[in-house]
Design a protein around this ligand. Structure first.
Ligand SMILES: [Zn+2]
Length: 447
């Protein structure tokens, strides 16, 4: 029996857009495509007249920081943050370690169990943050995790030799290493030249060249070690070009990620938003931002994740007086889809299929969960997002996110996430979440 029948939608996949319908039952897609190709269900539980809205596969965000009891304050946990995700059309998240290390099979199992009791949506995990390469790589992979995160910068700086050894071990085992690319020596020297506490000096402490140097070296390390590489949160067009150079010559798989904040903001915006744009890597120039859009358009960048990092508004406000005080990081999981449709698709920078590739198909492939996630193929998980055209001013008051702020406050957007379906259930409508914590499942990555 059909659970949901969506009619009159513009159905988007990575290969095209078709006016059509979607049917689903028992949590999976039965059919999606032109009405002539979708058998009419006899007695669906729910019929949604999409009235011409766009239907995308649910988005997968491969870069989120949502659960760390040692670090995040009360109220910020995997329940509240996956609720924020689903409100914004993200139906799968990959959770990365923050302060608490997740570097053993037992730690993976514990985190998977805890997060399962809290998750509104399906999720995967990443191992990290790895400074000592002497870890049980195959045990971690057997526990369902094939991605390993390491850093070229504080506070989780790993030595060159440790990164090389980690890549050898992970490459041998068939996993992927994800690298935060900023060279600590350049960050140290740049910081030593700054005496002010003003928010506008922060970008000077994390220069573009630190990113370029670390990206370039991560590429050589991956080739040396014969290890698949994922470069997280590339913050500049030049960084994307640098990474693109080794992606095209590399003899190992390379995926490149950027985040909405690097497409939305440049360091010129910090005069207005101050500590609410403190993020690592830092924002770069407006010219770099424009070049990054080019790299997203031309396929140099493979996918978009958010690097979602939740904090309360009060803990950021202190940064107006002392920018070194608050944590770096921005909430973004709830705004990614609406931002990319409003500023990307509606402004002619991205086609709908390219958007689908960037936030649905490519992230799911990168996480090892495609086509179960990121497609609308028959038999895959019934995760669907309906998006409507609407002009509005962005405000955190409209969001599910509990932190009470968004860096996009006051922007004028033209796309709204209308309805979100996960596993064949309507889990959010107009940013109001209907699902309950604990319905999401750990995606033990198939090997
Ligand atoms: Zn991150």
């Amino acid at each position: 029996m059909t659970d949901i029948h969506i009619k009159d939608a513009q159905v988007v996949t990575a290969s095209g857009v078709q006016h059509g319908e979607i049917t689903m039952s028992d949590g999976t897609i039965d059919a999606a495509g032109p009405a002539s190709a979708v058998p009419t269900p006899s007695n669906p539980d729910t019929v949604i007249d999409a009235d011409g809205m766009v239907a995308l596969p649910g988005a997968t965000d491969v870069h989120t920081h949502m659960h760390d009891d040692e670090l995040f304050p009360d109220g910020i946990d995997f329940a509240s943050q996956t609720a924020s995700a689903v409100a914004g059309g993200v139906t799968t998240v990959i959770e990365l370690p923050t302060q608490t290390p997740v570097t053993t099979p037992e730690a993976i199992q514990r985190k998977a169990e805890t997060c399962s009791t809290l998750a509104h949506i399906d999720f995967g995990l990443v191992a990290g943050n790895i400074q000592d390469p002497d870890i049980d790589v195959s045990g971690i992979m057997s526990a369902g995790v094939a991605d390993f995160k390491t850093f070229t910068a504080d506070p989780y700086l790993a030595s060159d030799a440790s990164i090389a050894a980690l890549m050898r071990h992970v490459g041998d085992a068939g996993g992927t290493v994800r690298v935060h690319c900023e060279t600590q020596g350049l960050l140290d020297d740049a910081r030593s030249t700054i005496v002010s506490d003003d928010p506008e000096v922060y970008m000077g402490s994390r220069p573009l060249e630190a990113e370029l140097d670390a990206i370039s070296r991560a590429g050589y390390f991956a080739e040396y070690a014969d290890c698949p590489l994922h470069v997280v949160h590339i913050s500049s067009g030049s960084g994307a070009r640098e990474a693109g150079r080794f992606k095209s010559r590399a003899n190992v798989p390379v995926t490149l990620e950027t985040c909405p904040q690097y497409l939305a903001f440049s360091k010129e915006d910090v005069a207005d938003k101050g500590p609410f744009l403190k993020v690592n890597p830092s924002l770069k120039s407006d010219a770099e931002r424009e070049r990054l859009w080019d790299a997203v358009q031309d396929g140099t960048i493979d996918l978009i994740g958010t690097d979602h990092f939740p904090t309360y508004r009060e803990t950021r406000d202190v940064g107006w007086d002392d920018i070194w005080e608050p944590y770096a990081g921005l909430p973004g999981v709830e705004t990614m889809v609406e931002f990319l449709v409003s500023e990307g698709v509606h402004k002619g920078r991205l086609s709908w299929p390219r958007l689908c590739e960037l936030v649905c198909a490519a992230p799911a492939r990168s996480a090892g969960i495609y086509p179960r996630k990121g497609s609308l193929q028959q038999g895959t998980d019934a995760d669907v997002v309906l998006i409507r055209d609407e002009e509005y001013e962005v405000t955190a008051d409209d969001h599910t996110f509990v932190g009470g702020w968004t860096p996009y406050e006051g922007q004028h957007w033209s796309a709204r996430v209308d309805t979100v379906i996960a596993g064949g259930e309507i889990v959010a409508k107009d940013h109001r979440v209907r699902s309950t914590a604990g319905r999401g499942q750990f995606l033990n990555r198939p090997l």
